[in-house]
Each structure stands twice: as C-alpha cells, then as structure tokens.
Design a protein around this ligand. Structure first.
Ligand SMILES: [Zn+2]
Length: 51
C-alpha cells in the first residue's frame, strides 16, 4: 500500500513552481530538499534555509 502512495506523490512532481508557475528542474530538487514546491529563484526570495 505504501508503494502505491509513493507513486501518487511522484505524479505530482511536474517541476512547475507553485509560486511563479514556471517549470524548472530546481523545483523538484527543492521539493525533495525543503518540502516546498518552488524554484530556486522563489526559494531565495521566499525563505532562507540554513546551509
Ligand atoms: Zn518560482
């Protein structure tokens, strides 16, 4: 059952930023790293994460 749930989540990984609606490969990376579905530009302007 958990595998099915993971598959549903993958279908949402369309790499479109929730903030600016632009498609960017950094959106998927930020979603995995930060939990926010945003591109690198929006990530910088929206929230500062400790490195
Ligand atoms: Zn963006």
């Amino acid at each position: 059952m958990s595998e099915d749930k993971d598959f549903d989540n993958l279908k949402e990984l369309d790499a479109v930023c929730d903030e600016c609606k632009k498609e960017d490969e950094s959106v998927t990376q930020n979603l995995i790293l930060t939990g926010f579905k945003i591109c690198k530009s929006c990530r910088v302007s929206k929230t500062i994460f400790p490195i």
